[in-house]
Design a protein around this ligand. Structure first.
Ligand SMILES: Nc1nc2c(ncn2[C@@H]2O[C@H](COP(=O)(O)OP(=O)(O)OP(=O)(O)O)[C@@H](O)[C@H]2O)c(=O)[nH]1
Ligand SMILES: [Mg+2]
Length: 315
C-alpha cells in the first residue's frame, strides 16, 4: 500500500439476470458473507451493500436483485431497486452467466438458460436506454474452455454498452482480483465511506432474517417458489453475552406451512439449527433462535413488508 496515494471511495453496482452469481461475487470481493446465495433465481430481494478494500480505495459494492421481466408487485419492486442501485453508482458491472449463454448459443439450453439469456437482452436494452456504460463480467468460467467464450464476448461487446470485459469465476476467484483493481481505479478520490474494518451495513435484524431465508430456500427450494418471507420479531442481548432471536417465517398457504415444518417438525428443526449455527459465527456469540411459521396470505401485498426491506411499494 502506498501511504501517499490519495484515498478513493465510491459505489460499484453489480447488476444482472437472476442467478448470474451477483451475491457470490459480492461476497468474494468483500471477503466475507454479506449477501445470501442459493441455487434459486430471485434470491436477493433488495440491494445489499458490502465493503471491499483495494489498497487505498474503498469499493462499496451494491449487490442487487436480479433483473427480469416482472409480474408481481414484489418482482417489480425488486427490479426497480436493482436499476436504482445502478443509477447511483460510480461503476456498474453487468454480470452474466456465461454457461447459460453458451448452452443457449449451442442449442442445448434448458428453460432457465433461455430465460437468463432473455433477461440479459432486456438489461442490455435498459443500459442503452439509460445511456450507461457498464463493465461486462462473464461469470462461471470455471469448467469452460476459453475459446468457446470468444463468440459470446464478441456478440455482447458489439452491443456497444460495455466499456471492457472481464472473465471471472466468482466461485473459484479466477479473474476477480483484476476486476477489483479496475473497480478501485474507477472510484472517485475522497475519504472512505465506512470504517476500514466494516464489511456490511445491513441492520443485524435484517441480516439475521436473510440468513434464515437462505436456509429455508436451501432446504425446500423445490417445493416453495418464492412464497416465504422472514421477519426478526425480537433480538435481545442477554447478560451472559448470548443473544436471543425470534423470527417468523411467513408463507402464503397452509400447505407451504406444512412443508416448512416438515414431518415431525424435522424440516423446521434443520432450518433453525443451520441458521443458528451461521448466526453464531457471524455474531461471534451464542445464539438462541426461535422460529415460528405463519400463514399470511397476502404478505407480498403488504406495504409494511416492503418498508422492512427498503423497497418501494407503489411500483
Ligand atoms: N459454477 C459456478 N457457479 C457459480 C458461480 N458464481 C455463482 N455460482 C452459483 O450460481 C448460483 C446463484 O448464485 P447467486 O450468487 O445467488 O446469484 P445471484 O445473481 O445473486 O442470484 P439472485 O439473487 O437470485 O439474482 C449459486 O448456486 C452459486 O453457487 C461461478 O463462478 N461458477
Ligand atoms: Mg443474489
Amino acid at each position: 500500500m502506498n501511504a501517499s496515494a490519495p484515498t478513493r471511495a465510491g459505489f460499484a453496482a453489480i447488476i444482472g439476470a437472476p442467478n448470474a452469481g451477483k451475491s457470490t461475487l459480492t461476497n468474494r470481493l468483500v471477503g466475507s458473507k454479506v449477501s445470501i446465495v442459493t441455487r434459486k433465481v430471485q434470491t436477493t430481494r433488495f440491494p445489499v451493500r458490502g465493503v471491499a478494500m483495494a489498497g487505498q480505495a474503498q469499493i462499496v459494492l451494491v449487490d442487487t436483485p436480479g433483473i427480469f421481466t416482472p409480474r408481481r408487485r414484489l418482482d417489480r419492486a425488486m427490479v426497480r431497486s436493482a436499476w436504482a442501485g445502478a443509477e447511483d453508482a460510480d461503476a456498474v458491472v453487468h454480470l452474466i452467466d456465461v454457461q447459460a449463454e453458451l448452452a443457449v448459443g449451442e442449442g442445448k439450453g434448458e428453460g432457465s438458460d433461455k430465460k437468463a439469456v432473455q433477461d440479459v437482452r432486456t438489461i442490455i436494452e435498459g443500459l442503452k436506454g439509460a445511456k450507461r456504460q457498464a463493465i461486462l463480467a462473464l461469470n462461471k468460467i470455471d469448467g469452460v474452455k476459453r475459446d468457446r467464450m470468444l463468440a459470446v464476448v464478441q456478440e455482447l461487446f458489439d452491443t456497444g454498452v460495455y466499456s471492457e470485459v472481464f472473465m471471472i469465476s466468482a466461485t473459484t476467484g479466477a479473474g476477480v482480483e483484476d476486476l477489483r483493481e479496475r473497480l478501485a481505479g474507477l472510484m472517485p478520490e475522497g475519504p472512505w465511506l465506512y470504517p476500514e474494518d466494516q464489511t456490511a451495513d445491513l441492520p443485524v435484524r435484517l441480516l439475521a432474517a436473510e440468513i434464515t431465508r437462505e436456509k429455508v430456500y436451501l432446504r425446500v427450494h423445490e417445493e416453495l417458489p418464492y412464497a416465504a418471507s422472514v421477519e426478526t420479531t425480537a433480538f435481545e442481548e442477554r447478560k451472559d453475552g448470548s443473544v436471543r432471536i425470534e423470527q417468523t417465517i411467513y408463507v402464503e398457504r397452509d400447505g407451504q406451512r406444512a412443508i416448512i415444518i416438515g414431518d415431525k417438525g424435522q424440516t423446521l428443526k434443520w432450518i433453525g439449527s443451520a441458521s443458528r449455527e451461521e448466526l453464531g459465527d457471524i455474531l461471534d456469540r451464542k445464539v438462541h433462535l426461535f422460529l415460528h411459521v405463519k400463514v399470511r396470505e397476502n404478505w407480498a401485498e403488504e406495504r409494511e413488508i416492503y418498508q422492512g426491506m427498503g423497497l418501494e411499494f407503489d411500483v
